[in-house]
Design a protein around this ligand. Structure first.
Ligand code: SAH
Length: 370
């Protein structure tokens, strides 16, 4: 079934085990049916009830009548020179989101979106310029993994090649908690994708109360978009910092890993030339992270049209990283992937029917200042 109509029947694609059992119980079916249906959908990649041969014919007929399995529709697929793939997916309401697959030697990572656009207004991110339309449903979130497996499976003789998922596409996943968590539970479910919680990473700009809820509900790996070592600068780059300042964010990070001594939080730090990349900033960052089990991921800034920022030079990135390493921190520089098809961090745009008018305001501002 294509993604261009809203399912009025429950979309089974987005039901985690508990919800699937509850739904099937409403049809007087036993819990083990949930395992069967989830395997057909997520392991076999089926969206056709007729093909589910271990379900009785009457049950198949009832499912066809009362439920749907509906994934987003692939509108366009692109392939970068380094093998990175990007799909533009159309949702039932005409909005489009982007999903990116990044192949590496020892793994394949899918970068999944959680919202159509984003309500946060991080000044260095191109998704922010698109404005915001709505949250994705859990079916639309897991649907990105379902579609990627189907598209890639065709080329790889059905082999599963997505080994890792990062919730780092469009949107702020912790502002769509109630859809993101069921979708991640399906990723972790042995009867669905069976990924370990180390291989599923949620990246947040720092929604502090939701970090605690995540720890209690679905403690996947956590990445935090830090980007600045003090409140004054972070207030500018990540305006959410005005609501949840650094001290509170870092305390939430400590709580997140408190029960598991070997776990670390990934701190993302975009390298913006002359803005946050000096040795003084490195020293401040070292002080911030003294009591937080962390590894730092330096991300060379990926430019997009209209941005005032520039990428730090390799020499500045190396110097910054050295300072962190010398202080005993773990720091790596993220390799830029897929930038030739605008698939790199912060470049995902999709096609957002902006409800916030932010995109129009930004366009007007650009025209007036030109
Ligand atoms: N809202 C979430 C997840 C989406 S962004 C978050 O803020 O973490 C995924 C990562 O890409 C974040 O660390 C984000 O800050 C970073 N990013 C955004 N724009 C970027 C750009 N232009 N260049 C490099 N990284 C960028």
């Amino acid at each position: 079934m294509s993604g261009n109509q809203q399912p009025n029947a429950p979309n089974l694609l987005g039901l985690d085990r508990e919800a699937m059992q509850t739904y099937l119980a409403s049809l007087d079916e036993k819990p083990f049916r949930a395992t069967q249906v989830m395997k057909w959908i997520h392991q076999q990649g089926f969206d056709d009830f007729d093909a589910m041969s271990n379900l009785s014919k009457p049950l198949r007929a009832r499912l066809k009548e009362s439920a749907a399995i509906q994934a987003p529709e692939v509108l366009q697929g692109q392939r970068g020179a380094d093998g990175t793939r990007k799909w533009l997916l159309r949702l039932y309401d005409g909005n489009c989101i982007e999903t990116v697959f990044i192949p590496e030697e020892d793994r394949g990572t899918l970068c999944v979106s959680s919202q159509v656009g984003c309500t946060l207004n991080c000044t260095f991110c191109s998704t922010a310029q698109q404005g915001f339309n709505r949250n994705l449903s859990s079916a639309e979130i897991i649907g990105q993994l379902w579609v990627a497996n189907r598209e890639l499976g065709r080329e790889h003789a059905g082999r599963r090649i997505v080994t890792n998922v990062v919730m780092m596409g469009m949107g702020e996943p912790l502002l769509n908690f109630d859809s993101v968590v069921p979708a991640m539970k399906i990723m972790l479910d042995d009867n669905a994708y069976g990924l370990s919680k180390r291989r599923v990473t949620l990246s947040t700009a720092g929604v502090v109360p939701a970090i605690d809820r995540l720890r209690d509900n679905c403690p996947v790996s956590l990445a935090v978009s830090l980007h600045a070592p003090n409140n004054a600068l972070r207030d500018q780059l990540v305006p959410l910092n005005r609501k949840y300042p650094l001290e509170e964010l870092l305390a939430a990070c400590r709580r997140y890993v408190a029960d598991e001594p070997r776990r670390r939080i990934t701190m993302e730090y975009v390298m913006l030339d002359g803005i946050n990349d000096s040795l003084d900033h490195a020293r401040e960052l070292i002080a911030c992270l003294k009591r937080v089990p962390a590894k730092i991921n330096l991300i060379p800034f990926n430019p997009f049209p209209g941005t005032p920022y520039r990428k730090s030079s390799q020499a500045r990135i190396d110097r910054f990283r050295e300072a962190l390493l010398n202080a005993g921190l773990v720091a790596v520089t993220r390799k830029t992937r897929g930038d030739d098809i605008d698939a790199a961090c912060g470049q995902l745009a999709g096609r957002v029917q902006d409800r916030t008018n932010r995109s129009t305001r930004l366009r007007r501002a650009a025209v007036t200042s030109a």
